[in-house]
Design a binder for this molecule. Sequence first.
Ligand SMILES: N[C@@H](CCC(=O)N[C@@H](CS)C(=O)NCC(=O)O)C(=O)O
Length: 202
Amino acid sequence: MITVHHLNKSRSKRVIWLLEELEMPYILVKHQRDARSNLAPKSLKLIHPLAKAPIIVDDNITLCESGAIMEYILNQSASEQLRPAKNSPEYYQYLEWLHFAEGSLALPVISTLLMAMEKRAGTSPLDHYIAKEIALDFSYVDNTLSRQTYFAGESFTAADIMMTIILEIAGSLKLIDDRTHIKRYLGAIQQRPAYQLASKQG
Ligand SMILES: N[C@@H](CCC(=O)N[C@@H](CS)C(=O)NCC(=O)O)C(=O)O
């Protein structure tokens, strides 16, 4: 059975909601934000190095990123509900909005939230948030690439194409200077003939 690690006032409500819509059974583990920092407690870090909600655990799979979790749950569901048929025009609308929520809309909305907090508190939660996230995310990426050749294991996938562009931007901003595995990964992946053709084309 799926275990949902839920943080109060967070995106993990998405996961609970989906499971309720599908009437699928689940175990709910509740974590409480730290009263002072409002960040996730250490208990979440014990489940996944990113310490972010939602996280689900199902047998030997531990997964974060709410969009990926939605897809995982839909793949486990017996019925074909809540996801249009593959290759229908609606499927691609579905896919676009599924990614748009976190990939595009979350950044300006959460930045606005943090900037409002900054004005109220007279401190700089935005700077703090960025520094914390940069350290956390790049150590997660670097650790992953220390264990495996590509993001999804030993085979190159579209996930590598998605990740590479952001890593290159991070490189130009000097955010990965001390990340040996990421730099090695980028060096190798940039040798791919299709990457080089794409660079010429684009
Ligand atoms: N893109 C991720 C975002 C995860 C995320 O930032 N979760 C927030 C809650 S909404 C969190 O756990 N914050 C606590 C922290 O950063 O310490 C997703 O969609 O799952």
